[in-house]
Design a protein around this ligand. Structure first.
Ligand code: KIV
Ligand code: ZN
Length: 552
């Protein structure tokens, strides 16, 4: 069909507005913008785990990824779209560029509620220096791909358009482009503060202008970055100005200083209803702590203790005056209850004689709904742990559940290891592994037991794989108090053959009461992720912002 005839065809009108009155739609972009945080790459299986937790949290939209960025991310988005039900939409991002929108559509078309998100930069800085196109071309491309998405997905799908760097875009041009994309079939227009430049009063004013112009025909959304620490404040100002979709991430994860944090925005709405009259979100806030822990664990991004809502100290009261007040009445110093964000406070301990049902109930309290084989596995591990240490605490259980979420298909398995180490001397480590079924053993020395054993893994792998893992980060922490505590090891590695800024970096976790075993397990998990990415590129998502040209 000629371009002219295509242009003259009537565009299907969206069946929306899709956001019910009285609601702010929570659009979670942890798996897209959040995953763009350097080093936060997740495997497809890990992305699915996070998506399941987001579904328990009952967000409205899960932005699952950027399918054109890599086959791995396409597959991850497709699997999330296939599995997510219960009225939750699955979004995929696409540039306004030939190929991208179709890839995104292919990944989400099986979703119960597909949500296509196309974007193009609109500020003169981006147009001139990054895209090297003029305003008219940007406008034409925006209209072209919005229209394409509407035609492909039909009336019932959500088609969202984002004007990247909107807060630094000439206002008249911004309003012109929003008007044009709504005419072309967009049902949501998004105002990204891409570089976190705006301040609340000005961002509220900008949002109000957009709401006045197109609020009757499309949902106005905002997407705030935290470069000045104002992402949540800007988001709340925008809601007061009429925005009815907010783009947020768990723990505020995201590019550079991150995005507006989901938990802060949702709890601000819930805690200050008079500031947001007749508005709410459908989020099950009792699932916030579990979501926060899971994302922190899988990405390896620790949560600062003083982080609002989900930081370790968010409900801790240190000074005597505060403690006295809270004991007399928690309202003195707590504006929300710990229970409302999913902190139980109880410390039921599991022993050898504890039942499976008791464990299930305890896990439910901690925000994890487990049954069948998954519950049996955690039960077996908890009972075994009760043999190895005096008591199994909440923290131990959470660590076991989290460890399960990061399992990867293993072509490299640890068969055995031994190490000798003494004060003042080098350590000598021996490791036996199977690599695709073939056994390999190596022995090396190092400046300590972990260094010696990691060296032995490297020596065993190099001749078979042609590379060995290069360790870029190593952390070890005790899961709970006590000398018999489990140690949780985190490693970050890349392939020795993969140098440079775009190199794939993966995380691996290990958990054991023996910290050397935990460290080795973490190292082998990282090896399997790197190997999996190398052989099929499918099981591993790892979308790097460096690969997504022009993407923030
Ligand atoms: O920050 C940004 O501009 C983005 C858009 C792609 C929405 O992430
Ligand atoms: Zn962003």
């Amino acid at each position: 069909m000629s371009a002219e005839r295509a242009r003259s065809r009537p565009i299907p009108r969206p069946a929306g507005p899709f956001v019910p009155a009285g609601s702010v739609r929570i659009f979670d972009t942890t798996l897209r913008d959040g995953e763009q945080a350097p080093g936060a790459g997740l495997t497809a299986a890990e992305k699915l785990e996070v998506a399941r937790q987001l579904a328990r949290l009952k967000v409205d939209v899960i932005e699952a990824g950027f399918p054109a960025a890599s086959p791995g991310d396409f597959e991850a988005v497709r699997r999330i779209a296939q599995e997510t039900r219960g009225g939750i939409a699955v979004a995929a991002l696409a540039r306004c560029k030939d190929g991208d929108p179709q890839r995104a559509i292919d990944a989400i078309k099986i979703a119960e509620r597909p949500h296509l998100h196309v974007f193009i930069a609109t500020s003169d800085i981006h147009l001139k220096h990054k895209l090297r196109i003029d305003r008219d071309t940007a406008l034409a491309e925006a209209v072209r791909w919005v229209r394409y998405g509407r035609e492909q997905l039909g009336r019932d799908a959500e088609i969202e358009f984002s004007a990247e760097d909107a807060s630094r875009t000439d206002l008249d041009f911004l309003l012109q482009i929003y008007e044009a994309v709504v005419e072309a079939g967009a049902s949501t227009v998004n105002i990204p503060d891409t570089v976190g430049y705006a301040i609340p009063s000005e961002f509220g004013d900008l949002t109000r202008r957009v709401v006045e112009l197109i609020g009757g025909q499309a949902t106005v959304s905002v997407h705030c970055h935290n470069d000045l620490g104002l992402a949540t404040a800007n988001t709340m100002a925008a809601i007061q100005a009429g925005a009815r979709q907010v783009e947020v991430t768990i723990n505020g994860l995201g590019e550079r200083a991150g995005n507006a944090s989901l938990e802060e925005v949702v709890m601000a709405l819930r805690t200050r209803p008079t500031q947001f009259p007749d508005l709410g979100s459908g989020v099950v806030t009792e699932q916030l702590t579990a979501a926060s822990r899971l994302v922190s664990y899988l990405t390896g991004f620790a949560i600062q203790p003083n982080k609002a809502i989900v930081g370790g100290n968010a409900f801790a009261h240190e000074s005597g005056i505060h403690q006295d007040g809270v004991i007399k009445n928690p309202l003195t110093y707590e504006i929300m209850t710990p229970q409302s964000v999913g902190l139980t406070g109880s410390q039921l301990t599991i022993g050898k004689l504890s039942g499976r049902r008791g464990l299930q109930g305890k896990l439910r309290e901690l925000g994890h709904e487990l049954e069948g084989e998954a519950l049996d596995e955690i039960y077996r591990q908890a009972v075994a742990l009760a043999d190895a240490k005096k008591e199994v605490t909440d923290a131990d259980l959470l660590a076991l559940v989290e460890q399960r979420t990061s399992e990867v298909p293993a072509s490299v398995s640890l068969v055995g290891w031994s190490v000798t180490s003494s004060r003042g001397g080098n350590a000598t480590g021996t490791v036996s592994l199977t690599v695709d079924g073939e056994e390999r053993t190596a022995e090396t020395t190092g400046n300590g037991p972990v260094n010696a054993l990691f060296g032995a893994v490297d020596a065993a792998l190099q001749p078979v794989l042609g590379w060995h893992p290069t360790l870029t980060e190593y952390e070890l922490k005790a899961v709970s108090a006590g000398e018999d505590a489990q140690g949780q090891a985190l490693v970050r590695c890349r392939r020795s053959s993969d140098e440079g800024p775009g190199a794939l970096v993966v995380t691996g976790h290990g958990l054991s009461t023996n910290i050397i075993e935990a460290s080795l397990d973490a190292y082998v998990v990282a090896v399997n992720k790197l190997h999996g990415a190398e052989i099929n590129g499918v099981n591993v998502a790892f979308v790097s912002p460096r690969q997504g040209e022009g993407l923030r």
